[in-house]
Design a protein around this ligand. Structure first.
Ligand code: GAP
Length: 513
């Protein structure tokens, strides 16, 4: 656990030091759980968004994109159920006066038991060596089975109590497990209460006539209310999808873990409209397809797992999360939900407008069913960034910190470095930049010894360094150094673009899907 905490702290400080993420309004001591993307962060975020958009919209003939407004008619949120049911159970500690999500306190208790399981697995793997079978060990080791049973029983009681709105039982569970305030250690808790997560705002200048609005807590509703507009104007035939990326806002009670849970964040969502009765097939297909997208980035298949929901929201007939191994353990990265016709039917009911599809083949009208894929862009950023940050001991015993970002996502693709600041080398470096900048983000760096400059670019995540030296003056060749292997090649200047392109071109990465 301490090792995980240290790694996470390193991720946060590295993100600041290398211009990826800053605390919002830092000079005023910051705003809790709100972050700014810095010069490198904004590029990485954009590249992730583009990678998603291309895979979703450009590569699927039957998926189109929209960009709906953040502010929507307030009835939207009544219809969607957010006004009545978009709540988190909160609990206050009477001594520390700190507020927590009751379900998160219980889940964190279970995560501690899960850490014990992981410790047992590591110990056993060491003891048994090559012969170790993790699956069998998890299923048969008495202590581990006991831990797992405890986790299952706690989580299923929590899910039952939340579903039945039995908040007294959630409090009873916290007390029975003797969960203490993580900060003060006090077990003096208030009752559990529901808290709506939507941020309210007002539309209009005069206090009497202003309309109460909400900042959207998910982008999906902008898609649902536009379903028929898009279907008609795009002459879309079912099955088809509408994709969107954009900001969402939630007044999270427990907004910790850096950009994992924020109050202002960005989602990348796609609603896939299907014929009723076919949703199960599409749900399975989208689960598979989304996992392939993740795996195409090469961040290790062992770092992903599905968590199929047993308890379903009243409008869903199937739901699963793709979980990723963040520095603090496996957590939800993306959700795939089979949402039935709930949302469209609700909007029909509240708007009085028909939101139906006429099927020319079967000559029938119906409200389509929806399979949704929903991923947090910031969470994906954290997954990519934390997975890429490694400390390495090199063959000569020296250490380096390297940000092994998938090259396709790296903010800067190459740094061009004149070996010295004289003899015409800076001018050639500038010429190379002037050529490459039409295709890639490239930077110039002439400060410090070249070895230090390499290290700086390794830590910033730049996949290539191009060094201009005195030989360049003679034969128009440069050294190109690869971030991950540190291998250096002597190549002609005219070949540099092709070499970089081969590794960063989105096409090659997407073809792995
Ligand atoms: N339309 C479905 C929907 O919004 P969700 O599970 O509430 O479902 C989808 O959110 C995804 O949005 C999550 O898997 C997560 O990646 C991201 N997300 C949700 N709340 C977030 C928050 N407070 N901060 C950052 N990302 C968040």
């Amino acid at each position: 656990m301490a090792k995980q905490d240290d790694q996470f702290k390193k991720v946060i400080s590295h993100a600041k030091e290398y211009g990826y993420i800053f605390q919002s309004s830092e000079i005023y001591d910051g705003l809790s759980a709100v972050y700014d993307y810095a010069q490198n962060g904004v590029e990485l975020k954009k590249n992730i968004r583009d990678y998603w958009w291309k895979a979703m919209v450009q590569m699927n003939e039957n998926i189109v994109g929209i960009d709906a407004a953040i502010l929507m008619h307030p009835t939207t949120w009544k219809a969607s159920g957010h006004v009545d049911a978009f709540n988190d159970p909160l609990i206050d500690n009477k001594d520390s006066k700190k507020r927590y999500r009751a379900d998160v306190l219980v889940e964190e208790y279970c995560a501690k038991i899960e850490a014990k399981i992981e410790k047992e697995v590591t110990k056993a793997a060491k003891r048994f060596g090559e012969a170790f079978n993790e699956k069998e060990f998890l299923a048969t080791n008495g202590r581990v089975v006991g831990y797992q049973e405890k986790i299952d029983s706690i989580l299923s009681r929590l899910a039952r109590s939340l579903e039945n709105e039995d908040l007294d039982d959630v409090k009873a569970l916290i007390e029975e497990l003797e969960i203490a305030d993580p900060i003060s250690g006090s077990k003096n808790w208030t009752d559990v209460k529901q808290f709506n997560l939507m941020f309210g705002t007002k539309l209009g200048a005069s206090a009497d006539t202003a309309m109460d609005l909400y900042l959207r807590p998910e982008t999906a509703q902008g898609i649902f209310v536009n379903f028929l507009n898009v279907q008609k104007t795009g002459r879309m035939k079912i099955p088809f999808g509408i994709a969107q990326t954009g900001k969402a806002f939630r007044n999270e009670i427990v907004a910790r873990q850096f950009i994992f849970r924020q109050r202002e964040f960005e989602q990348m969502e796609m609603q896939f409209f299907v014929k009723p009765g076919t949703q199960k097939e599409w749900y399975e297909q989208w689960k598979e397809s989304r996992l392939k997208w993740h795996l195409s980035l090469g961040m290790g298949a062992e770092n992903y797992r599905f968590h199929d929901h047993e308890k379903l929201a009243h409008y869903a007939d199937a739901a699963a999360d793709i979980e990723f191994k963040f520095p603090f353990g496996f957590k939800e990265l993306e959700g795939i939900h089979s949402r039935t016709d709930f949302d469209l039917s609700q909007h029909e009911k509240y708007s009085g407008k028909k939101l139906q599809y006429f099927d020319h083949e079967s000559k029938e009208s119906y409200v389509p069913y929806v399979v949704e894929t929903s991923i947090g862009l910031d969470r994906m950023f954290l997954a990519v960034f934390s997975n890429s940050l490694v400390d390495e001991t090199l063959e000569d015993g020296s250490e380096r910190t390297v940000l092994r970002l998938p090259a396709v996502l790296a903010p800067t693709k190459a740094a061009v470095l004149p070996l010295v600041k004289k003899d015409g080398l800076p001018e050639i470096a500038r010429e190379i930049i002037d050529d490459l900048k039409f295709d890639f983000n490239v930077i110039y760096d002439e400060k410090d010894a070249v070895g230090r400059r390499y290290r700086r670019q390794d830590a910033a995540g730049t996949p290539f360094c191009i060094t201009v030296d005195h030989q360049t003056l003679e034969d128009q060749t440069v050294t190109i150094r690869h971030r991950d292997t540190m291998e250096q090649q002597r190549v002609k200047i005219e070949d540099v673009r092709g070499i970089i392109n081969k590794e960063v071109d989105m096409r090659a990465w997407l073809m792995k899907m």
